[in-house]
Design a binder for this molecule. Structure first.
Ligand code: NDP
Length: 295
C-alpha cells in the first residue's frame, strides 16, 4: 500500500477561507471584527518570520492584527504590563506572546498572565484544565491542526488506537486530550516508553511530536495506519552544503505502509496558523456573547 498524502496546505487554506467568511459575517451581522495581538521580544530570526506570517494571515482573514515588538532587554515586569494592557483592550480578542522569550523572563509566568479567554495559544492552565475536563475553552493550535488532519483522513476516530509520541504541554498532552474527546483509545508514549516500535505497530493513528529527525521508521507503521508528523527538524545535506526540513517520521519508508501520511513541510505546519485564526474567531464570538461559530 502506498499512502495517500495528506495535503495540509490545502486543508489549511480551506479552513482559512471559511474563517474569512465567518469574520465577514460577524462584521456584517454583529459589528464585531476579531483582533489578534502578537508580542515579539528580541530579534530571533525564526520568531520574526513566524510573527510576520501570523500578521499577514490575520489581515488576509479580515481580522485586525496588532504587533508589539519589545527589545531583548525588556524586563519581565514590562512584558507583563504590556500583556495587562492587551487583556484590558476590548479591540484585542486574542493575545499571543511569541516563544521562546529571553532567559531572564519566565515563560510560564507570561502564559499565566494572559487572560484565559484571550489565550489563543491555549497554553494557560485554565484552558489546559478545560480541555482535560472536556469543556469548551481555547485549544493549542498545533494539536488542534493535527487532529483535524486525522479526522479529515479517517473520518470518525471512535475506537481507533492512537499512539502519540511526545508528552509536552505544547503538543503531546493536548493531542491526547483531543483524541480522547473523539473517543479514540490513546497511548501517550515518551522517552521512557519501552518497545516503542512494537507499540507503534498496534496503532491505527501515529502522531509523532518528538523533535528527532526521522525517528519513526517505516516498519513501525501498521498497514493502512494514519501517520501525522508534527516534527520540524532542520538537517544538513552534506552533498549540497545546505539544510532541509524533515519530520520525526522517515517519510519515504513510512508511506509504503501507511494509509495516510502528512509530509514535512506542508502537513501539520500550515494548520497551526489556521487554528490560531480559528481560536481568535472563537474568542471574539465568546467575548461578544455570541454562539461559537461552526468552523
Ligand atoms: P519537546 O521537546 O517539548 O517534547 C518532546 C517529547 O518527545 C518529550 O515528551 C520527550 O519525552 C519525547 N521524546 C524525546 N525523545 C524520545 C524518544 N527517543 N522516544 C520517545 N519519545 C521521546 O517538543 P515539542 O512537543 O515542543 O515539539 C515536538 C516536535 O514538534 C518538534 O520537532 C517541534 O519542532 C515540532 N513542533 C511543530 C509545530 C508545528 O507547527 N508543526 C509546533 C510545535 C512543535 P520526555 O517527556 O520523556 O522527555
Amino acid at each position: 500500500m502506498v499512502a495517500k498524502i495528506i495535503d495540509g496546505k490545502k486543508i489549511a487554506a480551506d479552513l482559512r477561507h471559511n474563517i474569512a467568511s465567518e469574520v465577514a459575517r460577524l462584521g456584517r451581522e454583529h459589528g464585531v471584527q476579531p483582533g489578534l495581538a502578537v508580542v515579539l521580544v528580541g530579534e530571533d530570526a525564526a520568531s520574526q518570520v513566524y510573527v510576520r506570517n501570523k500578521g499577514v494571515a490575520t489581515k488576509e482573514a479580515g481580522m485586525v492584527s496588532f504587533e508589539y515588538r519589545l527589545p531583548e532587554t525588556v524586563t519581565e515586569a514590562e512584558l507583563l504590563a504590556q500583556v495587562t494592557q492587551l487583556n484590558e483592550d476590548p479591540a484585542v480578542h486574542g493575545i499571543l506572546v511569541q516563544f521562546p522569550v529571553p532567559g531572564h523572563i519566565s515563560q510560564q509566568r507570561v502564559i499565566e498572565h494572559i487572560h484565559p479567554d484571550k489565550d489563543v495559544d491555549g497554553l494557560h492552565p485554565i484552558n489546559a484544565g478545560r480541555l482535560a475536563s472536556g469543556i469548551p475553552g481555547l485549544v493549542p493550535c498545533t494539536p488542534m491542526g493535527s487532529v483535524i488532519l486525522a479526522k479529515q483522513s479517517l473520518g470518525k476516530l471512535e475506537g481507533l488506537h492512537a499512539v502519540i509520541i511526545g508528552r509536552s504541554n505544547l503538543v503531546g498532552k493536548p493531542v491526547a486530550q483531543l483524541l480522547l474527546n473523539e473517543n479514540a483509545t490513546v497511548t501517550l508514549a515518551h522517552s521512557r516508553t519501552r518497545n516503542l516500535p512494537e507499540l507503534c505497530k498496534t496503532a491505527d493513528i501515529i502522531i509523532a511530536a518528538v523533535g528527532i529527525p526521522e525517528m519513526v521508521k517505516g516498519d513501525w507503521v501498521k498497514q493502512g495506519a494514519a501517520v501525522i508528523d508534527v516534527g520540524i527538524n532542520r538537517v544538513d545535506v552534506p552533498e549540497t552544503g545546505k539544510t532541509r526540513l524533515v519530520g520525526d517520521v522517515a517519510f519515504d519508508d513510512a508511506k509504503e505502509n501507511a494509509g495516510y501520511i502528512t509530509p514535512v513541510p506542508g502537513g501539520v505546519g500550515p494548520m497551526t496558523i489556521a487554528c490560531l485564526l480559528r481560536n481568535t474567531v472563537f474568542a471574539a464570538c465568546r467575548q461578544a456573547g455570541l454562539p461559537d461559530p461552526i468552523l
